[in-house]
Design a protein around this ligand. Structure first.
Ligand code: HPA
Length: 274
């Protein structure tokens, strides 16, 4: 299996000058949510293509770069565009961005995604803080030789999404008047959307939302000792709930329409949670 430590070291070396002081907070922006990075002050960016050996994500709606900038006086590092299992990357590569951030000093990671609503009380535009996940994609970024410098071989997963951060986010969302629900995110590999039968299964198993990302990054982040917070924007009701086909365009469109509320929530998190 390929050793990714040289790629991580190379990226850290290039990015470190942008993180003059340590970047303590990291963000990974999901489909259609990348616009949040445009609101950073003193922003500087490096595209993945400028980082030696770094893979380049080719999904529409994903810019493919790191952006470092300030928001409310806090320096944050953002991945505008992530790597998905369905793009064909080997499992350990899905941990790459998270590990780069860790080496740069990130202690708290906010993962965001667009997701399909499984819970029948959800609507397109619903914001959900992730309470827990179900890894149904059959991929784990820690497969392969363990790098002990990041974390242990068999990391505990009983509290992937930090309870304190979740409580603080719910509190600040309420104070800001941003409706926020809490639920379980279930990852499917994609790239095909799920079938109605799979969505009924997901609901029976306790999922509130489904998507094709986030879980590998959350696993990698917890492994290397980060505190993790996750936010799903429900962009569509999952397959079979409404009598209409699912499209990536719908996902992006709803993400754009809901971007104002999403921005308010992430802003509140940066101001009051991190
Ligand atoms: N399924 C999987 N991934 C998604 C969906 C969905 O319905 N919507 C946005 N990402």
């Amino acid at each position: 299996m390929e050793d990714y430590s040289a790629i991580i070291d190379g990226a850290v070396e290039r990015l470190r000058p942008l993180c003059a002081e340590r970047c303590k907070t990291g963000l990974i922006l999901g489909s259609g949510l990348g616009g949040y990075a445009e609101g950073l002050e003193n922003a500087r960016s490096l595209s993945y293509a400028q980082l030696p050996g770094f893979p380049v994500s080719g999904v529409p709606g994903h810019a493919g770069r790191f952006v470092v900038g300030d928001r409310f006086g806090k320096r944050v590092i953002v991945m505008q565009g992530r790597f998905h299992f369905y793009e064909g990357y080997p499992a350990p590569l899905l941990a790459l961005g998270v590990r780069v951030m860790r080496r740069l000093g990130v202690e708290t990671l906010l993962l965001t995604n667009a997701a399909g609503g499984v819970n029948l009380s959800y609507r397109p535009g619903t914001l959900m803080v992730i309470r827990d996940h179900i890894n149904f994609a059959g991929v784990n970024p820690l497969i392969g030789q363990n790098d002990d410098s990041f974390g242990p071989r068999f990391p505990d997963q009983s509290r992937v999404y930090d309870p304190g951060l979740r409580a603080a986010l719910r509190e600040t969302a309420e104070a800001e008047g941003v409706p926020l629900t809490e639920g379980v995110y279930m990852m499917f590999s994609g790239p095909s959307f799920e079938t109605p039968a799979e969505i009924r299964m997901a609901r029976a198993l306790g999922a509130d939302a489904v998507g094709m990302s986030t879980v590998p990054e959350a696993i990698a982040a917890v492994h290397c000792g980060m505190r993790v917070l996750g936010i799903s924007l429900i962009t569509n009701m999952a397959a079979g709930i409404l009598d209409q086909p699912l499209t990536h365009e719908e996902v992006q469109e709803t993400a754009n329409l809901a971007s104002k509320q999403f921005t308010r929530l992430v802003d509140a998190a940066i101001q009051h949670v991190f």
